[in-house]
Design a protein around this ligand. Structure first.
Ligand SMILES: *[C@@H]1O[C@H](CO)[C@@H](O)[C@H](O)[C@H]1NC(C)=O
Ligand SMILES: *[C@@H]1O[C@H](CO)[C@@H](O)[C@H](O)[C@H]1NC(C)=O
Ligand SMILES: *[C@@H]1O[C@H](CO)[C@@H](O)[C@H](O)[C@H]1NC(C)=O
Ligand SMILES: *[C@@H]1O[C@H](CO)[C@@H](O)[C@H](O)[C@H]1NC(C)=O
Ligand SMILES: *[C@@H]1O[C@H](CO)[C@@H](O)[C@H](O)[C@H]1NC(C)=O
Ligand SMILES: *[C@@H]1O[C@H](CO)[C@@H](O)[C@H](O)[C@H]1NC(C)=O
Ligand SMILES: *[C@@H]1O[C@H](CO)[C@@H](O)[C@H](O)[C@H]1NC(C)=O
Ligand SMILES: *[C@@H]1O[C@H](CO)[C@@H](O)[C@H](O)[C@H]1NC(C)=O
Ligand SMILES: *[C@@H]1O[C@H](CO)[C@@H](O)[C@H](O)[C@H]1NC(C)=O
Length: 821
């Protein structure tokens, strides 16, 4: 038991929700159960199993045990899988079977036991079974008994047996079956009249090789509506033809006869045609037929009278050595004058038609080697609607058109030929022609001058078209056009086919489709432009946009629409390409730049107006310049013979500002600035001017607080000094002018030209009215002073000079002197 358990591990188990997975042809109608009910498949196919695995999943509904080495089934093998519906046991080595084994599988509907070695079968009525296949086994007689006739749900029954006799079939005579399949390995005896006892819609017989098929064919035609026979071969079945002249068959039922894998002498094939011609067969199809040999029968003896035949189909025909003129064979078929004739894949180099008009409506000569010679002689096919000449060797399109003009062709398939069209040849197509397949030919742009006027569907796939010319005839009905796999560089224009609704232009050389197309082709519904070498630049933007607006008009979007250029985008889907509006639209770009500049300008203007930006800038420039200058000052210069850091001179009117703003701020750093204040009390005995000049010379720097008052009352004291010493020029470091209040130029007396010049040059620090700017002002002022305060801390002595009160109402000047250095 253990080894079986381990084997079963290899069985793949899958769960699926639909029953439609297997052989749907014979099991339709099974899925009447609730769709929610889960179906599960256990597939143990091709696993060299010698026994049925013991541990089958109980819920299994489909069990595939095909292609194994099973030789015996135990009565308990399938007890565990009571839900089983489908059981496949084909291609094993089972020799004996009791159907009672499946007694507990009440749901079993499909049982395949074909291709085993069954010799004996014990029946048991499985009432629910719909498909039972016992074909290709080693039964001596047909495995049918009374119980078989009671399986009223049976639809498909496969049988085999070396002996076929009426008594066996009698047991299922009242069972109406869809399909009866006789898969015969050998046949030793056939009792004539056995097959017609069966009641089935379709009978399929696979014969063992070299069987006398003749009786089976006759009986088969009397049995079912559809008859298929496979493996028809054998030498000279009709040797005693002369005695069997009577081909009339009564009670024939078959309307559709299919012979598959036929290998016969031509005479035998000829006789089969003659036999079938007078039966009820309407559609006769022969596939994979090989014939040859000497011909004894008179080919002109074919009796074309009295038939219901409408369609003959010969496919995959091979010739053996063949001694009759081909023309006679061709004429045998074309003289049949039926509705439909197909002779395809037959290596047929030519075809002959009778000189009189024939009634063919459908002709299919695909996959042959027919050449232009086909149309060299007039052919009269006035009723021809469909002509398929796919995969032949035709070369001249205009020749085909002249032939077609004498027909009422609607559909013409000329694909896979060698067709070309020269501009100077005239084409005459019938008005009736609406669908033409010209794919895989050698047609160039000129083909558009040789097209039927009423064409609706045109396939020009895989040709050599570079351009759809403008000066073509109007194809007013053209709806579907396939130009895939050509050499077009742009979408065509629809001015000559305004009703176009489907266009395929895949695999051409389109870099960026122009959108003129959509203006002229208003009715387009489906468009395939995939697999072109798109150049993903701004020109493609509108096209990509169009797809987004067109709701699935583009077939194959987005996986077939891939950039080829530029190289950095190669392989990117068009869908994923980012081409922003801004980089593609020049006008928009300019507008954007202008707007940004305007906004910037407005921001600057606002800052200037609201925050007095120029003042800050000027101040910053001055500050940085000062710092640079200050850094150059050497210690030597600092230690020149001075006593004060700074001398401040101001008008009495401004003394409040000096005391409350200037001095506290100068001292802010660390409170040790040595200041010489000019306010009132100078040394007696000296003139004010002398005192002041003295002070200036003893101070490292001098600050003058300028205001209209100061100018009016005090400037005279300095004028002399400035003119004589000429110290105060622009680069002078020693003098700092603070403009406390604006001084209009006209207020400056004409006797002070120096002051005027200074004011014009703006060589002063301006006290800002706005308190917020004061921080910067002070910083700048301190930088200008550049006092190395740490060096000058030792001694401090305040000195006050009292002024001689010359003009006491105007000003008092005081000088606070700190003895230092
Ligand atoms: C089981 O697997 C084989 C291939 O291994 C496959 O051909 C067969 O269809 C499978 N059977 C079923 C019922 O799916
Ligand atoms: C069974 O499996 C072998 C190899 O495992 C493979 O060659 C063979 O084609 C399979 N047969 C069928 C019927 O699947
Ligand atoms: C077949 O079914 C009928 C009734 O349906 C019954 O009388 C008969 O015995 C059954 N035959 C067999 C062999 O089971
Ligand atoms: C075949 O079966 C069908 C349907 O059951 C029935 O109508 C017909 O009469 C049967 N034919 C014969 C010959 O028993
Ligand atoms: C041909 O067969 C039909 C019916 O099968 C029969 O009536 C007729 O006599 C036969 N003719 C010959 C010449 O054997
Ligand atoms: C002939 O062929 C056409 C096209 O395949 C088909 O539509 C038509 O039904 C056929 N006619 C007959 C009588 O088989
Ligand atoms: C067309 O038919 C006319 C007679 O109806 C015949 O004279 C002419 O040769 C035919 N043309 C072709 C190309 O078959
Ligand atoms: C084509 O057919 C039309 C009408 O059947 C006829 O008028 C015309 O002359 C034909 N052309 C040729 C070249 O046969
Ligand atoms: C034209 O013929 C080709 C093959 O020969 C086929 O693939 C294609 O589908 C046909 N076109 C139409 C529109 O039927």
């Amino acid at each position: 038991m253990s080894h079986i358990g381990s084997i079963s591990l290899f069985c793949s188990i899958s769960i699926f929700c639909s029953i439609s997975l297997f052989c749907s042809m014979s099991v339709h109608g099974w899925a009447s159960k609730l769709p929610e009910e889960r179906e599960s498949t256990t597939n143990c196919s091709n696993m060299s199993l010698r026994r049925v695995p013991a541990d089958l999943t109980p819920t299994t509904t489909t069990l595939d045990l095909s292609y194994n080495l099973l030789f015996q089934l135990q009565s308990s093998d399938f007890h565990s899988v009571s839900k089983l519906k489908v059981l496949i046991l084909c291609h094993n080595r089972i020799q004996e079977l009791d159907i009672k084994t499946f007694e507990f599988n009440k749901e079993l509907k499909y049982l395949d036991l074909s291709n085993n070695r069954l010799k004996t079968l014990t029946w048991y009525s499985l009432a629910g079974l719909r498909h039972l296949d016992l074909s290709f086994n080693d039964f001596d007689t047909m495995p049918i008994c009374e119980e078989t006739g009671n399986m009223s749900h049976l639809e498909t029954l496969g049988l085999s047996g070396a002996k076929i006799q009426k008594s066996d079939f009698q047991k299922i005579a009242y069972l109406h079956l869809n399909t009866i399949f006789l898969g015969l390995r050998t046949i030793s005896h056939y009792e004539e009249g056995s097959l017609p006892i069966l009641n089935a819609t379709k009978l399929h017989i696979v014969l063992p090789t070299n069987t006398n098929f003749w009786v089976l064919l006759r009986d088969g035609i009397k049995t079912s509506k559809i008859l298929e026979m496979t493996n028809i071969d054998g030498k000279s079945q009709f040797a005693n033809y002369e005695t069997q002249q009577n081909f009339t068959l009564e009670n024939s039922k078959t309307s559709m006869l299919l012979l598959n894998k036929v290998d016969l002498l031509w005479d035998d094939l000829f006789l089969i045609f003659q036999f079938v011609w007078h039966t009820s067969v309407e559609c006769f199809q022969i596939q994979h037929v090989t014939f040859g040999g000497k011909v004894y029968l008179n080919q002109n003896s074919f009796d074309y009278s009295n038939t219901v035949m409408r369609t003959i189909k010969l496919e995959h025909v091979h010739f053996r050595i063949f001694y009759i003129p081909q023309e006679i064979v061709y004429l045998l078929f074309t003289k049949m004058d039926i509705e439909n004739l197909t002779i395809s894949d037959a290596q047929m180099p030519h075809m002959r038609f009778p000189i009189y008009p024939t009634r063919f409506q459908y002709l299919n000569f695909a996959n042959n080697i027919l050449t232009d010679d086909l149309f060299k002689k007039p052919i009269q096919l006035p009723h021809l609607k469909t002509f398929i000449l796919k995969d032949d060797k035709l070369e001249t399109l205009s020749l085909v058109s002249s032939f077609a003009n004498n027909t009422s062709l609607k559909h013409l398939d000329l694909s896979q030929n060698l067709l070309q069209h020269e501009n100077d040849e005239n084409c005459f197509w019938p008005e009736t022609l609406i669908a033409m397949n010209l794919s895989s030919n050698k047609l160039a742009d000129s083909v558009f001058r040789c097209l039927p006027r009423n064409i609706q569907i045109l396939d020009l796939n895989n040709n050599k078209i570079q351009n759809v010319p403008k000066g073509i005839i109007h194809l007013k009905s053209l709806q579907e056009l396939n130009l895939a796999h050509n050499f077009l560089t742009d979408l065509p224009e629809c001015s000559h086919f305004r009703r176009l609704s489907i266009l395929n232009i895949e695999m051409n050389l389109i870099l960026s489709p122009t959108l003129d197309f959509f203006q002229s082709c208003q009715e387009i519904r489906t468009l395939n432009v995939g697999r072109n070498p798109f150049r993903c630049t701004c020109e493609l933007r509108d096209f990509i946009q169009l797809e987004k607006n067109s709701e699935g008009m583009m077939i194959g979007w987005s996986e077939s629409y891939i950039c080829e250029y530029p190289l950095n985008l190669k392989g990117t889907r068009l869908k994923d390409v980012y081409l922003p509006e801004l980089s593609c639209n020049t006008a928009l770009l300019i507008i954007t730049i202008v707007i940004i500049m305007l906004v910037l300008a407005m921001a600057v203007a606002f800052c200037c107006l609201h925050f007095d930006l120029p003042w800050y800038l000027r101040m910053l420039v001055q500050w940085t310049q000062t710092w640079r200058r200050v850094r150059k000052i050497t210690q030597e210069q600092l230690k020149r013979n001075v006593q004060f850091h700074v001398f401040i001179s101001y008008s009495e009117h401004d003394s409040a500002w000096v005391k409350h703003e200037l001095i506290p701020n100068l001292e802010k750093e660390d409170g040790s600035v040595l200041i010489c204040l000019h306010e009132g009390n100078f040394d007696l005995g000296e003139t004010v001017t002398e005192n002041i000049l003295n002070c200036i010379e003893k101070s490292y720097k001098s600050i003058f607080v300028l205001s209209p008052n100061f100018v009016q009352s005090e400037w005279c004291h300095y004028e002399l000094y400035f003119t004589h010493h000429n110290l105060f020029h622009e680069t002078s470091d020693y003098i700092i002018l603070i403009l406390l209040e604006p001084i209009p130029l006209y207020c400056i007396p004409t006797r002070y030209p120096k002051l005027k010049a200074l004011m014009e040059k703006k060589a002063y620090l301006e006290w800002p009215k706005d308190r917020r700017k004061c921080g910067l002002f002070w910083a700048h002022l301190r930088a200008t002073l550049n006092v190395n305060l740490s060096d000058t801390r030792e001694t401090r002595e305040l000195q006050t000079f009292a002024e001689v009160n010359e003009e006491p109402q105007l000003s008092t000047i005081s000088l606070i002197k700190t003895d230092c250095l």
